[in-house]
Design a protein around this ligand. Structure first.
Ligand SMILES: Cc1cc2nc3c(=O)[nH]c(=O)nc-3n(C[C@H](O)[C@H](O)[C@H](O)COP(=O)(O)O)c2cc1C
Length: 277
């Protein structure tokens, strides 16, 4: 629990008003157990008189990122499916992990754990098992029994496109190919205990998104990998094999490495409709 040093408190009430849990009794200098440990009280105190649960109070540096910088960074952050064989240094990985302390989490519960798959052999196994699961699923969806049913009930579903994708995917699934992991030097798995009311899936994608953007500033390329997430979701055996704790689910997967390709043109893509109510 953060602690308040009442002697130095000037009773400006900034902490009281900013606390999302209304947990602060400033007269008595007590923070009750409804506190979600978000640290807003520590962050806002002009006298630096509220101390965090862990670590020291550090002055926040102001951000120098201009809107145009963020727009350019967003446009430059493209999915990478082609990596050079250069390893990602341990220090770089540490930077990516260290920065996760800043990322938001529902109720600030921060349940996410990270597993990094680095071994070439294990990444290949992850690739092959995911690819084989995907082939099974594609065969099922495009099977002669299901195909006409999907055509009739979901006419907008591009079943012929999927059939074509399946054929190409199967023909390219040969030993040492890497249609899922794209020969990335590492795969970052975001996982958390399964709970009824938690929002670990949302947390994971937010953390993976921040990580992807931060990685871009470090010269790295990334690829979100829904195929791995779906394969892990379905297979307890896979979760065990890749050292995911028994009560956890994998909610996001990110391929990370140095890109082989460089994009030079911005693509014209539609922005979402904006509805005002
Ligand atoms: C939730 C999510 C899952 C994705 N899963 C995969 C995947 O399994 N394999 C893959 O190659 N790309 C995957 N992608 C990347 C998208 O295909 C990519 O973002 C999209 O084609 C747009 O390209 P861009 O990221 O370069 O702008 C995924 C993206 C998201 C957001």
């Amino acid at each position: 629990m953060p602690t308040i040093e009442l002697d130095k408190c000037i009773k400006c009430l900034k902490c009281v008003n900013d606390c999302p849990s209304n947990a602060i009794d400033i007269e008595r200098g007590i923070i009750d157990n409804s506190c979600i440990h978000c640290g807003h009280c520590v962050a806002i105190c002009p006298e630096s008189t509220i101390y965090p649960d862990t670590g020291e109070i550090q002055k926040l540096q102001s951000s120098t990122v201009l809107p145009v910088d963020f727009q350019n960074l967003s446009a430059n952050t493209r999915t990478c499916r082609s990596f050079i064989s250069k390893e990602v240094a341990h220090e770089t990985l540490q930077l990516l992990i260290e920065n996760m302390k800043h990322y938001p989490s529902a109720s600030n519960s921060r349940p996410i754990e990270i597993t990094i798959v680095k071994s070439k052999e294990i990444i290949q196994r992850l690739n092959d098992q995911t690819a084989n699961g995907l082939i099974k699923m594609l065969r099922f969806i495009t099977s002669p029994i299901l195909k006409p049913i999907l055509k009739a009930f979901v006419p907008k579903f591009n079943i012929t496109g999927l059939d074509n994708y399946k054929k190409k995917f199967i023909s390219r699934q040969i030993p040492e190919s890497s249609q899922v992991c794209h020969h990335a030097p590492l795969v970052m798995l975001f996982h958390a205990p399964v709970t009824k009311f938690g929002m670990a899936s949302a947390d994971s994608y937010i953390w993976a998104t921040y990580t992807s953007i931060f990685a871009q500033t470090l010269g790295l390329g990334t690829c979100f990998n829904g195929f791995i997430v779906k394969a892990m979701e379905r297979s307890k055996v896979m979760r065990k094999e890749f050292s995911i704790p028994a009560n956890h689910q994998v909610y996001a997967a990110l391929l990370i490495g140095y890109p082989k390709v460089k994009y030079i043109n911005e693509v014209g893509r539609e922005k979402p409709n904006m509805n005002t109510v």
